[in-house]
Design a binder for this molecule. Structure first.
Ligand SMILES: [Zn+2]
Length: 275
């Protein structure tokens, strides 16, 4: 499942191809993904100039003059970029053709499980969109500060793991990178959020940033290799310390990594390094 670093890597790959380009064709091949697609999606995109490509949490935002298109990769979505008309594949649901100074690119949205979505809305309605309105600050932005974190942790009796996954507190963190950030910070996923104070609180914020930045850097590296064979973007092998490593030795102390269920999701941690 693509998380923030994978989505950011896709955004960085789309930016040079899309920004400043004109959408010459939008080929919508089914009426719905997770939700119904806007019936006028193609009409609103075709002929439009792309002003900018940004990211909010795990949502890619393609800004046009009047509208903004939102792309969410869901559980299994991926994007391919080609410099020639691609051969259609199973689950290629949307294909955008863009042109910039006579250079054409084809951008394909593929999603076998269809938990992803593509939406279009007026720029003025952006901030009130249901998937954007309640989001907390971006973990890599200045708004996510020590003071902010300290303030939000106060009085929260849920486990720190649940707190970090709550998109209203911090936007875009998913299971993999929360497990990894807690390992780096030496904090147990079971610890009550309001007891993450002092040294632990100070370690948490840089741990979240470091793990995301490392994953983005790695995604950027894999990206170049990845695009050679088929242009597919969206999933990258990460070097993980705890996630998916139940029973394997901790990279710091060799204690076997433990897995528990929290709110229906797996948490992986070192019972010795993380308290
Ligand atoms: Zn350990």
């Amino acid at each position: 499942m693509p998380e923030l670093p994978e989505v950011e890597t896709v955004r960085r790959a789309l930016t040079p191809v899309m920004t400043g380009a004109t959408i010459t064709k939008a080929d919508i091949r089914r009426p719905n993904l997770r939700w119904d697609l806007a019936p006028d999606l193609a009409a609103r995109l075709e002929g439009q100039n792309i002003v900018d490509v940004t990211r909010r949490a795990k949502i890619i935002q393609v800004w046009l003059a009047q509208d903004v298109m939102l792309i969410h990769l869901g559980m299994s979505g991926s994007i391919r970029i080609s410099d020639h008309a691609p051969n259609g594949r199973a689950h290629d649901h949307i294909e955008w053709q863009v042109s910039q100074e006579g250079v054409k690119h084809w951008i394909t949205f593929n999603d076998p499980r269809r938990f992803g979505y593509v939406d279009i809305l007026r720029r003025a309605d952006h901030d009130s969109h249901p998937s954007l309105a309640a989001l907390g600050p971006e973990p890599l932005s200045d708004a996510f500060s020590e003071a902010y974190l300290e303030d939000k942790l106060q009085g929260k009796t849920v486990p720190i793991k649940s707190f970090l996954l709550d998109q209203r507190q911090i936007a875009g963190l998913g299971n993999i990178y929360v497990c990894e950030a807690l390992f780096r910070a030496g904090i147990s996923p079971r610890r009550r959020a309001d007891t993450v104070i002092g040294k632990r609180a100070r370690r948490l914020l840089p741990s979240i940033r470091d793990v995301l930045e490392a994953a983005i850097a790695q995604g950027g590296t894999s990206l170049r290799d990845h695009r050679q064979p088929d242009g597919k973007l969206g999933y990258f092998v990460q070097s993980l310390d705890v996630y998916g490593r139940e029973g394997a030795p901790c990279h710091r102390c060799a204690t076997p990594i433990k897995a528990i269920r929290q709110s229906g999701r797996s948490s992986f941690y070192c019972p010795l390094c993380q308290r």
